[in-house]
Design a protein. Structure first.
Length: 174
């Protein structure tokens, strides 16, 4: 069965998926944007697990991913990944952003998740240009999707600009 790839405009914390990806910071201790929303909606269990991971391994490096339970969220797992802060496209930022998607997919598959939702990683306060980030996200997912047995991959967009970009890019790949 082919994996369905979809785009939704809305709030990631309201989705019913097995794995919800969090655009985390390297401390894993919560922040603003998607990170703050997931920690707030998921409750203290997520923060407690993030603190344990941070104590054990010193947080999470850019491009890498770690998993926790989803606390009060409807998901089974929250996959926390740290996107790069945009600095004029230097320092392997595109590779690091692609690694966020690759490592999150692999971790979700390792946790027997069949559906996964991705926010627009690094496009908020981290300043990654939305179109460049969308191209990296959609091409990485479409390149890797057949490696795993997902039923659905969802790109969840909070704003209209990202929603339109993802719809356009995915329509071009069909």
């Amino acid at each position: 069965m082919a994996t369905k790839i979809s785009v939704i405009k809305g709030d990631i914390t309201k989705l019913k998926v097995d794995a919800m990806v969090n655009a985390a910071n390297s401390s894993l201790l919560g922040g603003g944007g998607v990170d703050g929303a997931i920690h707030h909606a998921g409750g203290s269990a997520i923060l407690d697990e993030c603190m344990q991971i941070s104590a054990r391994q010193g947080g999470c490096k850019t491009g890498e991913a770690v998993a926790t339970s989803a606390g009060n969220l409807s998901a089974k797992k929250v996959i926390h990944t740290v996107g790069p802060v945009y600095r004029n496209g230097e320092d392997m930022q595109a590779i690091l952003l692609a690694n966020c998607y690759k490592n999150s997919l692999a971790l979700a598959a390792d946790n027997d998740c069949k559906t996964i939702a991705f926010p627009n990683i690094s496009t908020g306060v981290y300043g990654y240009p939305k179109e460049e980030a969308a191209i990296i996200a959609t091409s990485t997912i479409t390149d890797l999707i057949n490696k795993y047995n997902f039923e659905e991959v969802v790109f969840i967009c909070f704003d209209e600009e990202n929603y339109a970009l993802y719809n356009k890019l995915l329509a071009e790949t069909k």
